[in-house]
Design a protein around this ligand. Structure first.
Ligand code: PEP
Ligand code: MN
Length: 370
């Protein structure tokens, strides 16, 4: 059960403590507070955990300071979408809104290689009106002898260039707790010219200690990739790990699953599950066509598979597209086979606009029939 407090009730006030005290009187029930970061003020929700079946919902709703009560009907207590649950989807970060109603494109380098290429990428994003990009500094690689990313060394110039081109949010994978500290320090030293969305890679989706570390901090939102060899439910539980530790600013990313049936693509594209995740949870949903498809294949209609798969996600209501670009794809240090050429960015965005508009029309049609 989730007890949503009135906006005026903030943590550590007398009214808050009186209410918490009342809720703690129920036997075998633990009252666990959770702060939801808001645009202007933080909101407080109290999660009642344990033997809540017999609790009288209306009695709790009558308590001083309670706005309403939501009955939890799924495992994903914080991020889930429950019956009668009209809590907001998504969040705002560094001036950009991420929700189940918006769409943001994160086009960028899978792996940061040099300042020249980073600058070209940032400039291309700015010229196309994008406010976000992707820049990999820490790369988890299958082969220990492969390039592992430039790490903390590149952060000062990556952040400075982002500021120069008005980039508000950079998606950046983190592979350990130390990466978060390095990012926070580099941002501070650079004077916070941009923001970072911490990315949990598919290989780390069930690295519970990393999830706990990321969940404990609320400075940075998180992009959690679906695990490529586990069930959707297991991946959604991984997202809930982040929220249960305190960070509910989470975007869930579909990136294909490992399956020989995915051939000839790198992974079996799973973008048909965009609506499923929106139904089960309140998380904005991202699609990553680059790691799903893995190659610059063209269909006979002259449209690349990466574009086709992006369209599948966007027409189903995706809220974010994470996609690899490079000024010279064959020379990219990681995932060279899948990066799109930087000159294609305007066309790629135009292609997305077609399917985004089609999705909005489909939504309008559905509302006329409901
Ligand atoms: C990436 O986005 O660069 C990446 C490594 O993705 P994934 O974790 O989905 O393989
Ligand atoms: Mn990659």
């Amino acid at each position: 059960m989730i007890v949503i407090l009135e906006e005026s009730i903030i943590k550590d006030t007398d009214r808050y403590h009186a209410l918490l005290n009342q809720l703690e009187q129920y036997p075998d029930v633990e009252a666990r507070p959770h702060v939801v970061k808001g645009k202007e003020t933080d909101l407080v929700e109290i999660y009642l955990i344990g033997n809540t079946v017999a609790l009288d919902r209306s009695a709790i709703e009558d308590m001083d300071g309670v706005e309403r009560v939501v009955k939890v009907s799924r495992d994903y207590r914080i991020l889930g979408r429950h019956a009668d649950d009209d809590r907001k989807t998504g969040f705002e970060y560094n001036g950009v809104t991420f929700s189940q109603d918006n769409l943001e494109i994160f086009a960028g380098l899978c792996a940061v290689d040099n300042p020249k290429n980073v600058e070209k990428m940032m400039r291309a994003c700015r010229d196309e009106g994008l406010r976000c990009t992707r820049m990999g500094a820490y790369k988890p690689r299958t082969n220990p002898y492969s390039f592992q990313g430039l790490g903390a060394d590149c952060l000062p110039w990556v952040f400075e260039l982002a500021g120069k081109y008005g980039i508000k949010v950079i998606a950046m994978e983190v592979t350990s707790e130390a990466c978060i500290e390095e990012i926070a320090l580099a941002l501070e030293l650079a004077g916070n010219p941009t923001g970072v969305m911490l990315q949990v890679g598919t290989r780390n989706t069930q690295n519970f200690e990393l999830l706990k570390s990321i969940g404990k901090q609320t400075e940075f939102p998180v992009l959690l990739k679906r695990g490529f060899g586990i069930t959707l439910e297991e991946s959604l539980n991984a997202a809930e790990y982040l929220a249960s530790e305190g960070n509910d600013q989470v975007i869930f990313c579909l990136r294909g699953i490992k399956s020989n049936m995915g051939d000839p693509h790198r992974n079996l594209v799973d973008f048909g599950q965009v609506p499923t995740i929106r139904r089960l949870t309140r998380m904005p949903v991202c699609v990553d066509p680059s790691h799903s498809v893995g190659r610059r294949f063209f269909a006979p209609d002259q449209i690349q598979d990466i574009y086709h798969c992006t369209a599948q996600g966007v027409i189903a209501g995706a809220n974010m597209v994470l996609v690899d670009f490079h000024p010279d794809p064959p020379s990219a240090l990681v995932d060279a086979a899948q990066a799109l050429h930087i000159d294609e960015l305007p066309r790629f965005i135009e292609d997305i606009e077609i399917t985004r508009n089609a999705y909005l029309q489909r939504k309008k049609l559905a509302s006329q029939y409901s």
